[in-house]
Design a protein around this ligand. Structure first.
Ligand SMILES: [Zn+2]
Length: 641
């Protein structure tokens, strides 16, 4: 009998190991979100309870939920799910919390007592897989048979320059790409890092995929990570705000400003030399001159002449947007331009169709459905509007949500004198239409209206969004300075909202004038509505995402659409949507014209987020694995080069 304690110990170990083995597949960390909700308080006012994160972790027979630890009991276990329950005491009251673990999804559902607002939590591994699956890969192709052998050779050189832009952007956005990739051999994470150019998720407010990476530095890698606003302000250097410098520390710990052509010297010199090689092969004189001037600009960081040359070329069949261009990557001060490139093949037929529309801009400005005092500015007509197939994206434009329309150059001095060029990237627009918009419409749009989902309408809505950025006002009418300065951090969401709704107005106006040929505007309206669901998925860290949330709730309040609660689908009311479009245009242009920072803020605060109902629509799209965005299968081999 002296061995009894040992035997008992053995049995205990056996039981607990059996138990933990049997349910070891439950051992995961899970996370999810409580969506924002509306609560009506005692005075009858609507209070908004913001969205919040929830986390859970199962380890052996313990459940860690928020900040509490419970021992759980298995209530049910079948082929599909395991039902767990824990007893919770909150303020002296006992209650039972139940969780359903769905085996095939690694999903833990927090069951609400009345079964209404169940919250899904997914395991960390599954969340990463879902994030990767939210991108669909599409090939970037174009017919280049009409181009000569010389032009094929030239394209090959442009690809080499594009790879260099990609390498430079990695350094600007994060730092050492190879070092980051070596931190994991998980292929899912590696792909996510590559898509995001770093360990932070661009379409989710730049949150880190793994907590070890902490927050993304607001100034990306353009500045020392520990720089403070005050230190930068006190830094006495005329080049510190230059678009084309990085800020670094000296060995003594002071700040210094270094121009790109010095900081990236080796890479930039190769890129510059390749541009000259490409220029030697160029057949279009305008394109040749642009490439030569761009080559020189790389070595000096003075881009003016090359921007002018880019605006002056008109007959090139190939275009190459290249260099440090947009300043979105610098969230600290918005000064620093990030490197990128697009290789583009012009679509002559579509470009021709659109070129005449630019001459209509002054008329459209005069016809804006707003008070006369808000339409006194004259839009430039030097601008042109062209359609391309994109055959390569690299760097900044390839990170986060993919650009499908470009409006360049950014230099206000060039724009004032030479106007700007709007480039519509037709094959990318088509990919987003087929892979994302159509599948969304099949879930969320009333069956009777799915016939109106139309590529031409989608293309027009996007094109006129770009045109609309050029209408309205750049300056407030009451001495508040430029609209951008007056609206500060609220500017981008309001401006994107303006471009969307005004774009729809322009389509309506042109169609009514007969400028768009035979067409049914209903296609533009239903496609526009569907695109709201597409864009709100970019999240509220994106100006486009926020603008679409605001419009969704504005449309809801004005009856522009109705929702069928049984089928969960939306139906556009053409007349009410048209009325809503006019009134929303008025509201937004008034906010801009008066530089009304407060009103802009109130509008964004009240409408610029996702509430319960819309969240459940978006969850349905995610459950059906409808992609959020596209990534590209791209390179010279896709063109047969
Ligand atoms: Zn825009």
């Amino acid at each position: 009998m002296k061995n009894l304690p040992l035997i008992l110990l053995g049995i205990t170990i056996l039981i607990s190991s059996c138990k933990s083995d049997k349910y070891s597949y439950l051992n995961h960390s899970f996370s999810g979100i409580y969506p924002a909700s509306e609560i009506i308080d005692e005075d009858g006012n609507i209070q908004i309870e913001p969205a919040s994160a929830i986390t859970a972790r199962i380890e052996q027979s313990q459940l860690f939920f928020q900040n509490e630890v419970f021992t759980f009991i298995i209530e049910d276990d079948n082929d599909d799910f395991v039902l767990l329950s824990v007893e919770r005491t909150l303020e002296g009251e006992k209650s039972i919390l139940r969780f359903k673990y769905i085996k095939k999804n690694e999903e833990l559902i927090l069951l609400h007592e009345d079964g209404t607002t169940n919250i899904s939590l997914f395991s960390d591994e599954r969340i990463l897989e879902n994030k990767l699956n939210s991108f669909i890969s599409v090939p970037l192709e174009s017919n280049i048979e009409h181009l000569s052998e010389n032009q094929h050779q030239m394209l090959k050189i442009l690809f080499k320059v594009a790879y260099i832009m990609n390498d430079i952007f990695w350094i600007e956005a994060y730092g050492d790409k190879n070092q980051l990739m070596e931190t994991t051999d998980n292929p899912v994470l590696r792909s996510l890092y590559a898509i995001n150019y770093g360990p932070w998720e661009r379409l989710n407010d730049n949150k880190a995929f793994l907590s070890q990476f902490g927050e993304k530095p607001a100034g990306a890698n353009f500045y020392p990570k520990d720089i403070s606003y005050e230190e930068f302000e006190a830094f006495d250097c005329p080049d510190k705000t230059n678009l084309y410098t990085v800020i670094r520390r000296t060995p003594e710990g002071d700040l210094k400003s270094i121009f790109y052509h010095e900081f990236f010297k080796e890479k930039i010199e190769i890129a510059s030399a390749l541009l000259l090689e490409a220029a030697a092969l160029a057949e279009d004189e305008g394109f040749k001159s642009y490439l030569e001037k761009r080559s020189a600009a790389f070595l000096t960081d003075d881009y003016y002449e090359s921007d002018v040359a880019w605006m002056e070329m008109k007959n090139n069949k190939i275009d190459f947007v290249v260099g440090p261009i947009e300043n979105y990557e610098d969230h600290l001060f918005n000064y620093k331009a990030a490197h990128e490139s697009f290789i583009l093949i012009k679509d002559p037929q579509w470009s021709e169709k659109l070129s005449k529309l630019t001459s209509l801009l002054p008329m459209l400005q005069k016809e804006l459905p707003v008070e006369a005092r808000f339409k006194t500015e004259t839009p430039g007509t030097g601008s042109d509007l062209n359609v391309y197939d994109a055959v390569y994206y690299s760097g900044d434009c390839n990170a986060g949500s993919k650009t499908i329309a470009i409006n360049l150059p950014n230099d206000p001095m060039v724009r004032a004198k030479y106007g700007s060029r709007k480039l519509q990237l037709k094959n990318s627009i088509q990919a987003k239409f087929e892979k994302i918009l159509v599948p969304i419409s099949n879930v969320l749009i009333d069956e009777s209206q799915r016939q109106y989902i139309d590529f031409d309408a989608f293309f027009e809505n996007i094109m006129f969004h770009e045109v609309a950025h050029g209408l309205g006002l750049d300056y407030t009418i009451n001495g508040n300075g430029s609209v951008r300065e007056a609206l500060k951090d609220n500017y981008s969401s309001i401006e994107e909202g303006k471009a969307d709704i005004l774009g729809l107005y322009i389509v309506t106006k042109l169609a009514e004038m007969g400028e768009l040929g035979e067409k049914d505007l209903m296609t533009n309206y239903v496609t526009f509505m569907t695109s709201i669901f597409r864009s709100v998925r970019f999240g509220d860290a994106s100006a486009h995402g926020k603008a679409n949330m605001m419009r969704f709730y504005y449309f809801q309040e004005t009856g522009a659409f109705t929702k069928n609660e049984i089928s969960g689908t939306y139906k556009v009311d053409f007349d009410k949507m048209k009325t809503a479009m006019l009134s929303l245009t008025n509201e937004i242009i008034a906010i801009q014209g008066l530089g009304d920072y407060e009103k802009a803020g109130k509008f964004i605060e009240e409408k610029g987020f996702i509430r319960t109902q819309l969240q459940s629509d978006l969850s349905r799209l995610n459950e059906l694995s409808i992609p959020v965005d596209i990534v590209f299968e791209q390179g010279p081999e896709m063109l047969g080069l």
